[in-house]
Design a protein around this ligand. Structure first.
Ligand SMILES: [Zn+2]
Ligand SMILES: [Zn+2]
Ligand SMILES: [Zn+2]
Length: 488
């Protein structure tokens, strides 16, 4: 994963501070976490706010200590499996999380959400989680409903003990555990209630948010929830379905902007041949104590999960990648990187992980996809509370004939959730004038062409907010500041 603007780039401040920690402190933090568990139980006397504040402090200390250990001179764990675990005498993040929260809370939170969503079962509940745009709208459902159904399906699958993952995927585990934490601490603690959200309503219009409007504690929790996992692992969470979709292509993969190589490592485990490149690869064991810096803005000195070579977009023109699929995972926002990779690439298949006219890549990249590539598959991904990425697969258009005689106007992915009307490739201006499609600023997912379509989508939109712990109801005023124009 290369980047996200929503996550503060470069963990420099806290990471440098973390390096001062003594290795002994690393041992201590696990016991502090475990001592906290009883106070997080539903019947504890602590207020929701106090619980959340304690969790944030302990989690931050835990991850800071883990980082210090991973980048300490001579810690040198080169085995990815050992990297986040016992080699340093610390619990891995998922085990730490499980040990520092009351027993059974994940199951309780998940069961609640799954049964609630089944009760309000709708057309989207039938989705298998994998579908193209055309299939989605032919079946009468927009993307929001599909994404919510996929989210609920992942939670439901996690309740079945038969569905234990064949291969470890610590980032997915963290996503699931933290979702349950949000359900109990944010939702259960009343910190993400409609009343709290009412106080956090956006005062003015904006064409783009750094992060979605939310109460201050929710914003703090969300940053804490995803920053460390992003730095240590990847900016987007690979689900088993997403990894399967890439391996089913039956092609070797070349990944550009691969970060610490987490997606690449998981794909290799599935037998996919992956060449992973980054413009600033990090090194095993870290370089912190040697005064060296990887210069990697998005992962600091976090050690790689497997081989990551130094390289950038120009490499993709090499004929040896002609039969590869290009993987771009969370390309940096408002930067030329994604468009440069697409322009240079000589193969016929692209896999993209990111948001649309959102916090990854660029409008120029999306225009180039519309022009020369055909969308063949779109899959929801497990998103964090403040992100809205998906995975798409693209085939190069044959015969060198660009669509529409050279100037593609329709956005290849963005559509009205209710009627399927296509968006455009023209992003909105700062003034947030009315445009083709307006998107909800709270969830960044629900997207409509008109007030009537927004009303028609209300039921799915409500479920979307519920599953993402957004206390605000779907905004009633389609022209107001709680929506913004994503394309004109
Ligand atoms: Zn936690
Ligand atoms: Zn519409
Ligand atoms: Zn929304």
């Amino acid at each position: 994963g290369a980047s996200a603007a929503a996550a503060a780039a470069a963990p420099a401040g806290p990471l440098l501070a973390a390096r001062q920690l003594l290795p002994d402190a690393v041992q201590a933090v696990s016991s502090i976490g475990q001592a906290l568990a009883p106070d997080l139980a539903a019947d504890s006397a602590l207020s929701g706010r106090a619980k959340l504040t304690a969790v944030l402090a302990v989690d931050d200390f835990y991850f800071g200590a883990l980082y210090a250990e991973l980048t300490r001179d001579g810690s040198g764990a080169s085995e990815p499996a050992a990297r986040l675990g016992g080699c340093v005498g610390m619990l891995d993040p998922a085990s730490f999380f499980a040990a520092s929260h009351p027993a059974g809370f994940v199951r309780a939170a998940t069961e609640g959400a799954v049964s609630a969503s089944r009760a309000s079962s709708s057309r989207a509940a039938a989705a298998d989680g994998t579908f193209s745009n055309a299939e989605a709208w032919a079946a009468g459902g927009g993307w929001t409903g599909r994404a919510v159904a996929a989210h609920v399906a992942l939670l439901a699958a996690s309740l079945s003990s038969a569905a234990k993952p064949a291969a470890p995927n610590p980032l997915y585990e963290l996503w699931r555990l933290r979702w349950a934490e949000a359900a109990t601490l944010l939702h259960g603690g009343g910190l993400a209630s409609a009343a709290q959200y009412a106080k956090a309503r956006p005062a003015g219009r904006a064409a783009r948010d750094k992060e979605p409007p939310a109460p201050p504690l929710v914003r703090r929790w969300r940053r804490g929830e995803r920053e460390w996992p992003c730095w240590l692992l990847a900016f987007a969470v690979p689900s088993a379905e997403a990894l399967a979709a890439v391996s089913e292509l039956g092609l070797p993969v070349v990944e550009m902007g691969g970060g610490v190589g987490y997606w690449a490592a998981l794909l290799r485990r599935r037998g996919v041949a992956v060449e992973c490149f980054d413009s600033a690869p990090t090194e095993a064991g870290g370089k912190g104590g040697k005064g060296g810096e990887s210069g990697n803005t998005f992962h600091g000195e976090c050690p790689p999960w497997g081989p990551v070579q130094r390289g950038s977009s120009a490499l993709l023109a090499s004929r040896r990648f002609r039969r590869h699929a290009l993987l771009l995972c969370y390309p940096p926002p408002r930067a030329p990187m994604a468009a440069e990779c697409l322009a240079a690439f000589c193969g016929d298949t692209v896999v993209h992980v990111g948001e649309w006219l959102g916090d990854t890549g660029s409008a120029a990249f999306e225009a180039a996809l519309a022009e020369g590539w055909e969308l063949t598959r779109r899959l929801p991904l497990p998103c964090w509370g403040d992100t809205a990425e998906d995975l798409t697969i693209w085939r190069r258009r044959g015969g060198g004939v660009p669509r529409g005689g050279g100037a593609a106007a329709d956005h290849p992915v963005l559509r009205c959730d209710s009627c399927g009307k296509a968006g455009s490739l023209q992003p909105a201006t700062v003034r947030d004038k009315p445009g083709l499609l307006r998107r909800c600023r709270y969830c960044r997912l629900a997207c409509y062409c008109s007030a009537a379509c927004a009303r028609r989508g209300d039921a799915e939109h409500k479920k979307c907010h519920a599953v993402r712990m957004i206390g605000a109801p779907p905004p009633a005023d389609f022209g107001g500041p709680e929506y913004h124009t994503c394309c004109v």
